[in-house]
Design a protein around this ligand. Structure first.
Ligand code: DGL
Length: 262
């Protein structure tokens, strides 16, 4: 089992921001990544749809022999992780908006959270927010349309700039000093967001924390891959593979990107 791959899935290409953190912290691990771009965005869907899509992806990863599953999607985690953990007996690791570190560090007592509707309206997010953000103000904004533009390869488009501008204006007006990125597609927007915010705003995403958690879980379960050579990586999408190729911009023979029906 130790040599089996880590399975990772997202509604699309955004979870590759997490995949990158995982392969950098765990270079000897093999991975399989599923981008369910045909069904993106998940953020507009209701809970039961998000659960059934997540189960479909997890079933495929298990069929492919994965020893653990990383849900590299805040929307899928906040809506479906409980079901996944009850359904499978391998470790399931999820990602949630990093409200806790932002709530601890904020000086203005105001924190912005940019995430999908599915995440912000989930019970799990509400619970986490109530737990850690009791004494601060959280300015929640739904990033409508951002995932679609990223999936379409339009990161640096006029449309992206104007959408982002409208989403962060209320945050700037409210004097936030931390912005929590609650969607794994959004780390690809950090270069633009950094230009839009002043130096007084720190952007937080959970990618590194998820990679650390993945390592800790594999270690505890004695599932770390003992191989000395670098891992092999297969990334699959059920839409156009060029989208994945364009966002990753990696030419490496240990990384394969293909189309797969799932
Ligand atoms: N990457 C997903 C997340 O972290 C995107 C959600 C979507 O497909 O709407 O929430």
């Amino acid at each position: 089992m130790q040599n089996n791959p880590i399975g990772i899935f997202d509604s699309g290409i955004g979870g590759t921001s997490i995949w990158k953190e995982i392969i950098s912290l765990l270079p000897n691990e093999n991975t399989i990544y599923l981008a369910d771009s045909t069904n993106a965005p998940y953020g507009k869907r209701n809970k039961s749809e998000i659960i059934s899509l997540s189960v479909k992806n997890a079933n495929k990863l298990i069929e492919m022999g994965c020893k653990t599953i990383v849900v590299a999607c805040n929307t899928a985690t906040t809506n479906a992780i409980q079901t996944l953990r009850l359904t499978y007996d391998i470790p399931i690791i999820g990602i949630e908006p990093a409200i806790k570190p932002a709530a601890i560090a904020t000086k203005t007592r105001k924190v912005g959270v940019l995430a999908t509707k599915g995440t912000l309206s989930s019970e799990l997010f509400t619970k986490t927010s109530n737990l850690y953000a009791q004494n601060i103000e959280v300015i929640e904004v739904i990033g409508t349309g951002l995932v679609e533009l990223i999936e379409d390869g339009k990161i640096n488009s006029e449309e992206m700039y104007s959408l982002l501008n409208s989403y962060i204006s209320p945050m700037i007006k409210n004097n936030i000093d931390y912005l929590v990125l609650g969607c794994t597609h959004y780390p690809y927007l950090i270069p633009i967001l950094t230009k839009m915010f002043s130096d007084n705003v720190t952007i937080i995403d959970s990618g590194e924390a998820v990679a650390r958690q993945t390592k800790a879980v594999l270690k505890t379960k004695n599932l770390l891959n003992p191989q000395k050579e670098n891992g092999k990586h297969s990334l699959y999408t059920n839409a156009n593979p060029n989208t994945l190729k364009n966002i990753l911009q990696i030419e490496n023979e240990s990384i394969k990107i293909d189309k797969l029906d799932f």
